[in-house]
Design a protein around this ligand. Structure first.
Ligand code: ADP
Ligand code: ZN
Length: 525
């Protein structure tokens, strides 16, 4: 039998394995249930395509992405590998062709949508086939701690476990925190996990903060004008924005297509093809776009607004630079955009408290990214549980403005918020205004009943203008040390805020937005 390396070289024409590939392949061939976590563009497909060729029988790939499946099957056939798909969009001929190749043992790979697995007919078919490996792609959707939990998938796992041929199992994803990884290992009884670094060296991560809509439009326009030869994706939060921004840019003579889930199948297919085949340089799209867009020369991904989680963000920017050439990922961040994401969470199909709480937490972690002064790549790798050196080329690494330690003032605010809350039996949370006023030693009339003047933290920031304290509170909110809760939007201290109070974390702020200890104490009332 050919070795894995020979298969890589002779069938796929590559010289050497990339990080993680061989380890995953070896584990699968050794019969381990294997979990592979590799960044987008890391080369996950080959980790099952090679075993598929080496093992007897058929490899079944469960993937939620029909468009990707077709893509993959076409590519495999072009490489001389017999691969088929069964999906709801194919015509009778394609279906018959697939069935023939499966039943006579010609096909080596079968791509299947998870819904399909649940159909009795398909499941009966699978039980007649000699299946040696089942691959679950985008497996993070199986974890409730992931960013895109789909409970309906869990049933697929059960079905896979009960297949007559007792196939090997392999699961793949680009984005999994340590918690998601643990969860998946348990759910799937994984015997061997391979996690490669999430760092993509060719990706320069940039962050532009404080832009209003007008500024963002101008930014995007200028960027596209400067990069007319490059392919890129601009992610926007709503369908309406897809339409208006696309029209705008097309009106200005730029080569742009819009894409969102509300368009007809045909419109979407056209837009996708225009982008894939370079007839349009730029796709303006909601996050419905990209899952399964296998375009290697995407040079930039711009987020017009904050995404819902670091995982989603990382997955979306991973679509840039899959060919390994220098590419950019730019987030146009404004705190006001958080509202849109909160709206999405509050109006999502899943209304369980657990889900709502988790999604809000993920959103908060994304919001913190917009206020961080650490290397942006480091921020992301830490989120996924990996410690790396500063990248040296992101916005924060290149920012030469001084960073000032404002921990003491931050602690004053945070401890006051804790005291105010603890002074009430029912643990009421209070708003920004009364917090700022009592910190400077004044009790607004309508709060006389609360007797905040008795707190040891009352007047702790005496002599400092209210606007400065309010700005500091805003900063602490944006950085995630404070959070708002309840219908009256009262302030509470977050988990990381508590770490600040305990002296475990320092609070740093950049010059331009500074509310420094010095400046605050020097200021006259
Ligand atoms: P992923 O599924 O992890 O996002 P892909 O499997 O689509 O990534 O691979 C990304 C690109 O890298 C593809 O064009 C693929 O052909 C290429 N590739 C994968 N493995 C290797 C390798 N060992 N050497 C060179 N190129 C590779
Ligand atoms: Zn950096």
């Amino acid at each position: 039998m050919q070795s894995a390396l020979e298969t890589l070289q002779q069938t796929f024409g590559y010289d050497a394995f990339r990080e993680g590939q061989e380890e995953i392949i070896d584990a699968v061939l050794a019969g381990e249930r294997t979990l592979g976590i590799m960044p987008t563009g890391g080369g996950k497909s080959l980790t099952y395509q090679i075993p598929a060729l080496m093992l007897p029988g058929i490899t079944v790939v469960i993937s939620p992405l029909i468009s990707l499946m077709k893509n993959q099957v076409d590519e495999l056939i072009a490489n001389g590998i017999d691969a088929v798909t069964l999906n709801s969009t194919q015509d009778d001929d394609a279906y018959r062709h697939a069935m023939n190749h499966l039943l006579n043992g010609q096909a080596k790979l079968l791509y299947l949508a998870p819904e399909r697995l649940k159909s009795e007919g398909t499941y009966a078919l699978l039980n007649r086939l000699d299946i040696s490996l089942v691959v679950i792609d985008e497996v993070h959707v199986l974890s409730q701690w992931g960013h895109d939990f789909r409970p309906s998938y869990l049933e697929a796992v059960h079905l896979i476990n009960n297949l007559m041929s007792a196939p090997r199992v392999m699961a793949l994803t680009a984005t999994a925190t340590k918690r998601v990884q643990d969860d998946l290992e348990k759910r799937l009884a994984i015997g061997h996990s391979v996690r490669t670094s999430v760092v993509r060296d060719n990706l320069t991560i940039r962050l532009e903060t404080g832009l209003k809509k007008r500024d963002k439009d101008a930014y995007v326009y200028r960027y596209l004008k400067k990069h007319t030869e490059d392919a890129g994706i601009i992610y926007v939060p709503t369908r309406k924005l897809v339409t208006s921004i696309t029209e705008d840019l097309v009106g200005q003579g730029l080569s742009v297509v819009g894409y969102h889930a509300g368009m007809s199948d045909e419109e979407r297919a056209t837009a996708q093809d225009d982008f894939l085949f370079d007839r349009a340089n730029v796709a303006v799209a909601t996050n419905a776009f990209g899952m399964g867009i296998n375009k290697s020369n995407v040079r930039f991904v711009i987020h017009y607004s904050i995404p819902g989680s670091i995982e989603a963000y990382y997955q979306e920017i991973g679509r840039a630079g899959r060919d390994g050439l220098p590419s950019e990922a730019i987030l146009l961040y404004s705190a006001a955009d958080l509202q849109t994401q909160r709206f999405f969470i509050e109006n999502s199909d899943n209304q369980t408290d657990e889900y709502q709480r988790l999604q809000k937490k993920k959103l908060q972690e994304m919001a913190n990214y917009g206020a961080t002064t650490v290397c942006l790549q480091q921020y992301i790798t830490r989120y996924f549980g990996e410690e790396t050196l500063p990248c040296g080329h992101c916005t924060n690494c290149l920012d030469t403005r001084a960073v000032t330690d404002i921990t003491t003032n931050a602690q004053k605010v945070l401890s006051h918020v804790v005291r105010m809350r603890n002074s009430r039996q029912n643990k009421d949370a209070f708003g920004k205004m009364v917090t700022a006023e009592t910190l400077r030693g004044r009790v607004p009339d309508k709060f006389n009943w609360a007797h905040f003047e008795k707190l040891p933290t009352f007047g702790l920031m005496q002599g400092i203008p209210r606007v400065r304290i309010a700005a500091l509170i805003d900063f602490l909110l944006a950085s995630g040390y404070l959070q708002v809760t309840g219908e009256y939007r009262g302030l509470t201290v977050s988990k990381t805020g508590l770490q600040v109070l305990h002296g475990d974390i320092k609070v740093m702020q950049r010059e331009a937005t500074l509310v420094s200890d010095d400046r605050i104490t020097a200021e006259s009332p």
